[in-house]
Write a protein that binds this ligand. Sequence first.
Ligand SMILES: Cc1cc2nc3c(=O)[nH]c(=O)nc-3n(C[C@H](O)[C@H](O)[C@H](O)COP(=O)(O)OP(=O)(O)OC[C@H]3O[C@@H](n4cnc5c(N)ncnc54)[C@H](O)[C@@H]3O)c2cc1C
Length: 354
Amino acid sequence: MSLFVSSRSAFRTAAPFKRQFQAGRRYATEPTTSEPTTPAAAAAPKGTNPLLYIAGLAGVLGAGYYLLPTSAAKQAEVKVKEAAKKVGVPSGPPKKALTGGDQGFVSLKLEEVENINHNTKRFRFKLPEDDMVSGLVTASAVLTKFTPTGAEKPVVRPYTPISDEEATGYMDLLVKKYPDGPMSTHFHDMVPGQRLDIKGPLPKYPWTANKHEHIGLVAGGTGITPMFQLCRAIFNNPEDKTKVTLVFGNVSEEDILLKQELAKLENTYPQRFRAFYVLDKAPKEWSGNKGFITKDLLKTVLPEPKTENIKVFVCGPPGLMNAVSGNKKSPRDQGELVGILKELGYTPDQVYKF
Ligand SMILES: Cc1cc2nc3c(=O)[nH]c(=O)nc-3n(C[C@H](O)[C@H](O)[C@H](O)COP(=O)(O)OP(=O)(O)OC[C@H]3O[C@@H](n4cnc5c(N)ncnc54)[C@H](O)[C@@H]3O)c2cc1C
């Protein structure tokens, strides 16, 4: 079960920026809320040891399979699978919709569209089978492809799903529309029932639990989606103790994507997850940072370059990339490290550009 169910808790951007800023690199040493142990534990029925429950059912099934009439045996088997599913016990490796390699593009049906704000929608694609997972790993993206009417060549663009990697039957993409952008406009014109060619996973930065002690995430706009994928991998895994500092720049408050999910992380893991919001067009009452992401802010809040085993991830529009780290040269070439991160003393291997 995901920790990223939508939360109704108030979004804490109202917390005075000074307080956010002064807190800088420090994290609370004592948790203010107790962290859940495992998602499965949280999902288990209270007062029941879920594993014993399943073992019991499975035992009954095993012993009685040949004795029970076929329909009863089948019912018992279904019960075991349902119980296992409820407590998150996998009954074998899940089938993957996207397998990479020679698979090529897979045509997926759009199932649902949700308006998120004035220029962004969430698109839910149905996977070929209900019990399939997307097949994505952290960190990786998908490629989407379509050929505009009259065009010779197809348009191909990468996107990072925002649904959990273990979610079965569907995959969600969050897409911002650029008026002159062919792919994002195509997305926004799509209606449920239509299909889109999707390929993946497109490997990015392979994540394993505790790979780094502390990571910095510098994101602008939809650049939050790969950062959110990293956060899911870290905070959905009770073994992973990585600290995460997010600096998230947007034009206006309504452009802040995934804000409820990020607020939930701040509330659940205050000693390990910190978020600093920067708005270009801030409302009067805005207490976060205003303007662009600055050297001062990054110097204050990111893990220091001298610290052992840290990494800073950057993703956003070309202007932000130029200012913070420099752009990638190509999907396989990270390009030279320039900009604020270089000036602050980070080395190229401490920075990853999505
Ligand atoms: C690894 C990766 C993951 C991505 N994940 C997502 C995602 O989850 N959701 C999402 O909406 N986009 C994501 N993008 C961006 C996406 O791939 C497309 O670039 C974007 O949707 C625009 O495509 P387009 O064909 O509509 O417009 P394009 O023809 O590519 O661009 C149209 C105009 O918009 C500008 N532009 C393009 N991309 C951006 C940007 N990111 N920020 C600001 N200006 C931009 C261009 O400079 C141009 O002026 C991701 C990009 C990468 C590299």
